[in-house]
Design a protein around this ligand. Structure first.
Ligand SMILES: [Zn+2]
Ligand SMILES: [Zn+2]
Length: 129
């Protein structure tokens, strides 16, 4: 049976939950972030909370390959870091986890580079599929 890791994501700055119960992707609460497109349009994006699932629903028309500015919808801090994606050279964004640790994702839409760092493996919510 395949295990799926479901992320419970918080803002690394204000610690506010970034989960949105009202928008579900694949039957899970989604991760909601503010975005800024390359042509400076602002909107929101919902990401699938299942680790290694890359389904997303932006409310702006975004081209594949565009680098998004990612911000916390609560404190509006920029979540991009100085760390550069090893695959495509775009900045990586940092998201905290409610259980401790963090997840880092590439800010380029369509680039699937990401990694997960858990302080405690047991604290990830795992559900059997
Ligand atoms: Zn915040
Ligand atoms: Zn990348």
């Amino acid at each position: 049976m395949k295990k799926q890791v479901v992320l419970d994501v918080v803002c690394p700055y204000c610690n506010h939950s970034l989960m949105d119960n009202e928008v579900e992707i694949k039957g899970l609460s989604s991760v909601c972030l503010n975005i800024r497109s390359e042509d400076n349009k602002k909107g929101t994006i919902h990401l699938c909370a299942a680790y290694e699932c890359f389904d997303h629903q932006p409310d702006l028309p975004i081209k594949d390959g565009e680098i998004l500015g990612l911000c916390c919808p609560h404190c509006h801090k920029e979540l991009l870091t100085k760390e550069i994606c090893q695959v495509c050279g775009a900045p990586m964004a940092d998201l905290g986890l409610a259980s401790g640790g963090f997840v880092r994702i590439c800010s380029r839409l369509g680039c699937f580079n990401h990694f997960l760092s858990l302080t405690d493996q047991e604290s990830a919510h795992e559900i059997a599929l």
